[in-house]
Design a protein around this ligand. Structure first.
Ligand SMILES: Nc1ncnc2c1ncn2[C@@H]1O[C@H](COP(=O)(O)OP(=O)(O)O)[C@@H](O)[C@H]1O
Ligand SMILES: [Mg+2]
Length: 205
């Protein structure tokens, strides 16, 4: 298993932007949102389990997952959220581990938006990298990207771990309150650091 780093951060903090820059430098980037979507395509086992445990109404007539309806339900219902997580997270984790194991890159970055909140990824990753910026910036970036209202962006933020909680778990931090050049510089530095760490791991030091 190569050195595996969990990359996390609140909505709009710049996880995807950072991950893209790491990928361009040669890191294997494993995105748990992408895995979650792959696990819930029509006919997938997890989909059957979602229907059985949360209700058939979440499966559309064409067999696909009604993501919007499911999102509304788990947003409003903590038990449903737990059930969904119990269905998806073990599967996401084992698929992420499989992809990390298979990768030939010097190190792997697993992007987990809710790494701190879910906790269950800590045995997959050797380090945690947090992308951090002010909540005001998170909200502005989220609104600009997705067209969500400020209230909607704030509501999502309120459901996530606080910056402090996230930073508490961080081994490395990217301060993404600057421009894209500042982000790029920090990514490059961390890339060098991770190459060093992965080399040390390989030579058994
Ligand atoms: N340092 C930055 N300067 C300007 N725009 C940025 C910066 N970092 C991210 N963005 C933009 O902000 C938005 C949110 O970033 P994104 O990486 O998608 O966040 P996340 O994946 O954490 O939700 C995107 O449109 C992205 O291009
Ligand atoms: Mg993203």
């Amino acid at each position: 298993m190569p050195l595996t780093i969990g990359l996390t951060g609140g909505i709009g903090s710049g996880k995807s932007a950072a991950a893209e820059l790491f990928a361009a430098l040669g890191a294997a980037v494993i995105d748990t949102d992408v895995i979650a979507r792959e696990l819930t395509v029509p006919g997938a086992a997890a989909l059957g389990e979602i229907a059985a445990r949360l209700g058939n109404e979440f499966i559309l007539p064409d067999g696909s997952l009604d993501r919007a309806a499911l999102r509304r339900r788990v947003f409003a219902d903590a038990r449903a959220k737990q059930t969904l997580e119990a269905i998806l997270h073990p599967r996401i984790r084992s698929r992420a581990a499989e992809l990390a194991l298979r990768s030939t890159a010097p190190y792997a970055l697993v992007v987990v938006p809710l790494l701190i909140e879910t906790g269950g990824y800590r045995d997959l990753v050797q380090r945690v990298l947090v992308v951090d910026c002010s909540e005001a910036r998170q909200i502005a970036r989220t609104m600009a990207r997705s067209g969500l209202s400020e209230a909607e962006a704030r509501a999502i933020l309120a459901h996530q771990a606080t910056r402090e909680a996230r930073l508490d778990h961080a081994d490395d931090v990217i301060d993404n309150s600057g421009d894209l050049d500042a982000l790029q510089r920090q990514v490059r530095q961390l890339h060098e650091k991770y190459l060093g760490l992965s080399g040390a791991a390989l030579s058994g030091k």
